[in-house]
Design a protein around this ligand. Sequence first.
Ligand code: HEM
Length: 119
Amino acid sequence: MSKKNPVFPDIIDLLNVLVPVNDKNIDAAPHQAFWRGPPPLTRDQFVSMTTDDWGVPGMLVAPGHPDTSNLYLALSGTAPFDGSQLPQMPDTNADPNARNATEDELNLVKQWILNNAPA
Ligand code: HEM
C-alpha cells in the first residue's frame, strides 16, 4: 500500500531504489543523478528544478499538479515519456540495472505532488 502522506525523503529513497546507488550508467543521462547531489539536496532545490536541458521543457515538479510534473510523467510513462519523444524513465534499455516504478510507487509520487510536495 502506498503511504497517504509521503514526504521528500520518501521520493529520494524511491529514486535510489529505481536506479541503484552504485550504478554508474546514470552518469550518461543528460540529467545524471539529479536527485542525489551534491548533498544535502533540499526539497526546495529539487522542486525548483526545470527539465529544459534534459530534452523536455517544463518543471520537474509542479506542486499540486502531477499532470504537469515531468517527474510524474516520466516515471509513469505518460506522454511525452511514452516513446513519442522519450522512453518511460528510468530508461531501462540504456540502463539495465534500473527498473520502472510499480503502481504503488507511482501513487506515492502522485500523492506527494498532490499534497504540494511536503519536505
Ligand atoms: C523528469 C524528466 C526527465 C527527462 C526529461 C529525462 C530525460 C532523459 C534523456 C534525454 C535520457 C537519455 C536518452 C535515453 O536514454 O533515452 C535519459 C536517460 C535516463 N534517464 Fe531520464 N529523464 C527524466 C527523468 C528521469 C527519472 C525520474 C529517472 C530515474 C528514476 C531517470 C533515469 C534515467 C536513466 C536511468 C537513463 C539512462 C542512462 C543511461 O544509462 O544511459 N530519468 N533521461
